[in-house]
Structure formats: structure tokens, C-alpha cells
Design a protein around this ligand. Structure first.
Ligand SMILES: [Zn+2]
Length: 423
């Protein structure tokens, strides 16, 4: 299903041209982008978007977290803001669309409002959050957690591969790491947050839908399992007498795969992505194996049930192979749901423009995750080719991105009406 061009309010050409121009900053190869957080390329990209914001008549600033913010004043300048945005930093071997469509799409929305002579009641802020990816300092959502007052101890002391601390990188970027608290948003000062983002998964493509409405961000359970048996000579210990930790681990990996595939209609996913074998030698029976578990689901009850089932599987497997084991939880975060009133509104707006926007959960994190702790939020996903992301092969058509942006534009108009009644 495709919208006729005349039905668009937003300016598709402008959006497309900006996307192309931004993709040249930190370009790698034909289609890739490397814009690590707080790097020279990142700075250039921020300055470029800032110039566009100014052109659109926004009041801009770069806060102490390195977030770029463009504000469209509302009739009630002291009211909480409606915030729109995402990020423009990238993975070291990333694509042109991840984050970018959410920032340039948001800018397109407010610029279109200006052109339509719409003055919002409450202020609208377009934000490009700093260091969403977390690739450089190994911990992401920096800018978004920052403004929500959610940074943890020692975050400024984290170092990149060259040994530069985040504090130094921030200073180099032009920020003052001693003044971070000045850039936090006070409780209640963000009315709601909307983010447009590529799906980074294959569901919309499979459903043949250009855009989707996100129901929430699945909370992952990250755990490390260690199984211990007894090493022995691979040539002499009879099979019946072995305590092979790797055999146990292999059975657990299969069990996780089976448990998470049981209900094909559920979005549950389970992955063992890292495995360490000790002593890791071809002629020694593995004595110790540790591996990671990544389990995600939008339904926390179902996830808890699967966790319990997995635990009893691990216990049974360990017993059978005479192994001991430990399970350590590294991260256990709950799913964060998009506000249902925002989902309904988006669904309604999608219908208005004749597109079917299925609802789907987000497996990956986004800046929205941080914002979900301080305000209602909603997300629109745009179909991307084969679900490929964090890769120069990442691709979404400008038609789909424009549809997502149009839906964002229309949603913002509806939200303004709704928020008008509150503030
Ligand atoms: Zn992203």
C-alpha cells in the first residue's frame, strides 16, 4: 500500500536530501557510516543538524551531555515539552538510517508545522541524543539517560580503546562534564516523547507493511551460566564416566532454543551468544564452560515462566551429566510499554492515511527506553531491508521513511490537541 505523493504534508525531497547529506559525514565505503559518539565526525554531524534546525527557525543548544536540542516555542512557554527525536551517532561499521531518521524526521515535522503556520500550545523540542550506541565507551543511551537523571556512578571514567575517558571526550566535544546536572530535565517537564526509528528486524518486511506501531521495548534478561564437570583425557575416560561441561552447555543451548520457539505467535527470543570453554583443548574433556543467556519478551509473565522452565532444564541437565552450575544475573530489566493512548492515536492516524500499521515490540533498546521512566512515550518503526542494521547494508526506502515521518507529523498534531487539554 502506498500513499499518493500529493497526500503528504511533510517535504519528502527535503528529508531525503538531508539524509543523503548527513550520510556523507563519516561515510565508509558506498553506504556505510562511522560516527562514533563525541568524535570529530559526530561533532560535524551535530553542527550540520544544528544549522538545519536554525534554518527551520528553532532555538538551538547543545547541552552538557552533548545532546543537540532545537526548540519550537509554544503559546505556553513554561509548559512541559513534547519531545521528538533519536540519535545521530553510529556504530563503527554502521548504516545511514539508524537513529538518523528519528532526528531528521522530527525536524521535518516541526519545519512543516512552521510552514503550515501552526503554533503549538506547548513547546516542541527536537533532540539528537548523544552516544545512544554505546560502542565507544561500552555503555549507551548516555544523553537520554543523562537528561532523565539516570546516569550511574563512574560513567565519566569509562574509557575508549585509546584510553580516553568519557569526561575528556565530553570536554573535547565542547561540553562541561562538571555541569551535567544543569542539563537534567526536572521531573514533569517532559510531557511525552515520540521516536521514529528503523525496525532493525524483519517483521514489517515479512508483513509487507511500510511502518509499524511499537507496543513496547522488551526488557532483556542477561545471565551468565557456568557449568563445571571434571577434565580428563579424551582418549581414555569411558563415556559413561564423563562429566563433560560442554555437553551440558550444549543441551542448555538447545533447551533455550526450544523453549523460546514453542509459541511461534509470541515475540519471545532467546540467544546464547558467547561461550567459553576451559581448558579449551581438543584432547581434554571440557571441565568448565561459561556462556551467556539473552532472553527477551514483551510479556514479563511469560518471560518469567520461561526463566523458571529454563532453570529447571539446567538443573536436570546438570544432574544427568554430574555437573555443578551457577547462574548469575547480569541485567534484569522489565519491558517498558508505549502509552496505550499514544498507540491508539497513531493507529487511528495511520488508518486516516490509508496505511495498515501493525503493532510490534522492539527487541533492541532505544533512547525511548530511558524516556519511558519520566514520561509517556510512543514509537513508530519503519521497515528496513531484511532487518539488517548496525551494518553498512542497512537500508530503508525514502517512501517508507516519508510515510513514517508523515505518521509522526500527524501524530504530533493529535498529541498537541490531547496535551492542550492537560496543560
Ligand atoms: Zn538507533
Amino acid at each position: 500500500m502506498r500513499l499518493e505523493l500529493k497526500a503528504f504534508t511533510i517535504n519528502r525531497t527535503r528529508l531525503s536530501e538531508r539524509m543523503t547529506e548527513l550520510s556523507k559525514i563519516g561515510q565508509i565505503g558506498e553506504t556505510g557510516v562511522a560516527r562514533l559518539a563525541f568524535s570529530a565526525e559526530d561533532k560535524l554531524a551535530v553542527e550540520k543538524v544544528q544549522a538545519w534546525m536554525k534554518q527551520a527557525g528553532l532555538i538551538t543548544r547543545i547541552d552538557h551531555f552533548g545532546n543537540l536540542i532545537g526548540r519550537m516555542e509554544g503559546k505556553q512557554s513554561t509548559a512541559p515539552v513534547l519531545m521528538l527525536g533519536s540519535h545521530i551517532d553510529s556504530q563503527p561499521y554502521g548504516g545511514r538510517f539508524d537513529g538518523v531518521i528519528g532526528v531528521l524526521g522530527a525536524l521535518e515535522v516541526v519545519e512543516t508545522m512552521k510552514e503550515q503556520n501552526i503554533i503549538p500550545n506547548i513547546p516542541i523540542e527536537v533532540i539528537a541524543f548523544s552516544d545512544e550506541e554505546g560502542s565507544r565507551f561500552n555503555k549507551g543511551l548516555f544523553g537520554s539517560r543523562g537528561i532523565c537523571g539516570m546516569l550511574e556512578e563512574g560513567e565519566l571514567d569509562r574509557t575508549d580503546k585509546e584510553g580516553m575517558t568519557r569526561r575528556e571526550a565530553l570536554t573535547q566535544f565542547g561540553c562541561d562534564p562538571e555541569k551535567l546536572s544543569e542539563s537534567e530535565y526536572k521531573k514533569g517537564s517532559i510531557a511525552a516523547f515520540l521516536e521514529l526509528h528503523i525496525e532493525q528486524g524483519p517483521i514489517l518486511e515479512e508483513k509487507n507493511s511500510p511502518v509499524g506501531i511499537v507496543t513496547g521495548i522488551a526488557g532483556p534478561l542477561w545471565a551468565t551460566v557456568e557449568m563445571e564437570g571434571f577434565a580428563g583425557h579424551a582418549g581414555s575416560v569411558p563415556m559413561s564416566m564423563r562429566q563433560d561441561a560442554l555437553v551440558g552447555a550444549a543441551k542448555v543451548i538447545v533447551a533455550l532454543q526450544e523453549l523460546t520457539s514453542k509459541d511461534p505467535s509470541a515475540p519471545t527470543v532467546g540467544t546464547v551468544g558467547s561461550l567459553r570453554v576451559f581448558p579449551d583443548s581438543r584432547n581434554i574433556i571440557p571441565e568448565k564452560v561459561s556462556f551467556t543467556i539473552d532472553l527477551r519478551d514483551i510479556n514479563i509473565k511469560r518471560r518469567h515462566r520461561l526463566e523458571d522452565e529454563l532453570k529447571s532444564k539446567i538443573d536436570a541437565i546438570a544432574h544427568k551429566h554430574k555437573l555443578t552450575y551457577t547462574i548469575n544475573e547480569d541485567t534484569n530489566s522489565e519491558p517498558r510499554y508505549c502509552a496505550s493512548w499514544i498507540q491508539d492515536m497513531m493507529e487511528n492516524e495511520a488508518q486516516q492515511i490509508g496505511i495498515q500499521a501493525p503493532k510490534l515490540m522492539s527487541g533492541p533498546f532505544h533512547d525511548s527506553l530511558a524516556l519511558s521512566y519520566v514520561c509517556d512515550y510512543g514509537m513508530i518503526f519503519v521497515r528496513c531491508k531484511k532487518g539488517i542494521s548496525h551494518n553498512p547494508k542497512e537500508y530503508a526506502t525514502i517512501e517508507d521513511i516519508s510515510l513514517g515521518t508523515e505518521l509522526l507529523y500527524r501524530s504530533v498534531q493529535q498529541m498537541q490537541k490531547r496535551l492542550d487539554n492537560i496543560y
